[in-house]
Design a protein around this ligand. Structure first.
Ligand SMILES: *Cc1c(COP(=O)(O)O)cnc(C)c1O
Length: 417
């Protein structure tokens, strides 16, 4: 995992400062090896709105708020207002109460907060070794949260249709289970888990149910408004108690913005941390971070207000149509097949009988960056991809027809170096 970084042994602490101009040149050099996301060549990591005006506007917003700190909301009421408004707007979209959520730095933090809150609720019931029950397609952030927070993670195999299996998950629930999770949709296949069954199963047992809508939170509502069939997944489903939804994916904000929402404000309060056992006075913190960057909050508020429902609908239409072109095009290439028809804009394709790793290598060589999964290659479609579908399909057909053997690059997302 992780490409090797040029860790130059001769790097030492700089004795003298350098000019901004000089460093700008150095930065440009450093970036030369980075992936070409603006050209629509990446399918994760950068969520490309394909909207230059929005990008430029948000860059201006970030510049305005780059120095502020949301740690103390009373010092910057603007930030408190923007956070409350983003929470309220999302709550309106997703069927939650208006004041029962927080902005966080990303999906992982939102998920940590949901797991932590569930752990606290379980502690109220006298459970000191709580469990988390998820499908095995759930995002690794849950495994990470469980690991950090001392919660046992029970992973349950998905059904033959690759969605969470409510019966098998029910059978895995014990009297120590704090939280049951479903995804809307899951990252590997873009499939929505059967949320009504999972939430009802959790509610029957008096436990919490989280919907991970990091990917779907800002896209599924608009696909539904476009008339697409979308299985129930919001707070309208009885038993759903919390939800994560990333603004820095289909919310089209720049990075560092996600939401955690709860079914009621009492749950949100269990997330807060208050401390006065030090000489510095009462320290209150709503989320994991101490110092909270303000730019992503202002960016989130501005992206939602700039686009509005009509803007998100237009982007959802582009994403839907572009996804269809990818899915149909890939499915008609000899030897390739879509693992499961996706509910959204995210999917895997494999090549039974061919060397999918080698096909990925050829695509790499042609400048495309497809993530490798265990069963194939992964595609996540953004508006910025509308312009590259034909070129992509042409290269992919070529790669499927002419490839050697795999260089052995393994399935990896992220990396440590
Ligand atoms: C991206 C993602 C996450 C994690 O979000 P980060 O912003 O990368 O921390 C969690 N769940 C799903 C389904 C995701 O796609």
């Amino acid at each position: 995992m992780g490409e090797s970084v040029r860790a130059d042994a001769e790097v030492s602490f700089p004795a003298k400062g350098r000019s901004a101009e000089d460093l700008e040149g150095a930065l440009a050099d450093l970036r030369k090896g980075d992936v070409d996301w603006r050209g629509g060549r990446t399918f994760s990591l950068v969520y490309n709105s394909g909207d230059d005006d929005l990008e430029e506007f948000l860059e201006g917003v970030a510049r305005l708020f780059i120095h502020e700190n949301a740690l103390n909301p009373f010092a910057f009421p603007s930030l408190q207002t923007m956070e409350a408004e983003v929470v309220a707007m999302a709550a309106d979209l997703l069927g939650a109460p208006p004041r029962a959520g927080s902005l966080s730095s990303g999906g992982t933090e939102s998920i940590f907060l949901a797991v932590q809150t569930a752990r606290e609720k379980a502690a109220d019931r006298g459970i000191d070794r709580p469990q988390l029950v998820t499908a095995d397609t759930v995002h690794p952030a849950f495994a990470k949260a469980a690991n950090y927070l001392g919660v046992e993670h029970i992973r349950v195999p998905v059904r033959a249709d690759l969605r969470a299996d409510p019966e098998a998950m029910a059978a895995s629930v014990t009297d120590r289970t704090a939280l049951v999770v479903g995804s809307a949709p899951c990252y590997p296949y873009g499939l929505i888990d059967p949320i009504p069954e999972l939430a009802a199963m959790a509610a029957d047992r008096g436990i919490l149910c989280h919907v991970d809508a990091c990917l779907g939170g800002w896209l599924l509502p608009f696909l539904e408004q476009l008339g697409e069939p979308v299985a129930p997944w919001t707070f309208a489903v009885p038993g759903v108690t919390s939800m994560s939804a990333d603004l820095h994916k289909y919310g089209y904000c720049f990075k560092g913005a996600s939401l955690i929402l709860y079914a009621d404000r009492e749950l949100l309060k269990r997330q807060f941390f208050l401390y006065d056992e030090w000489p510095g006075g009462l320290y209150g913190s709503p989320t994991t971070a101490g110092t909270r960057p303000a730019a992503p909050m202002a960016g989130a508020w501005s992206a939602v207000r700039y686009l509005g429902a009509d803007g998100y609908l237009a982007k959802a239409e582009t994403v839907r149509d572009t996804t269809r072109r990818f899915v149909e095009g890939i499915g008609s290439i000899d030897g390739l097949e879509i693992t499961a028809p996706p509910d959204m804009s995210v999917f895997e394709f494999g090549a039974p009988g061919l060397d999918i790793g080698a096909i990925g290598d050829v695509m790499d060589d042609r400048g495309w960056n497809l993530d490798r999964q265990q069963g194939g290659l992964h595609v996540m479609v953004f508006p910025g991809h509308a312009a590259v579908v034909e070129r992509f399909l042409h290269d992919l057909a070529d790669a499927a027809a002419h490839h050697g053997t795999s260089r052995g690059k393994s399935a990896a997302y992220g990396g440590v170096s």
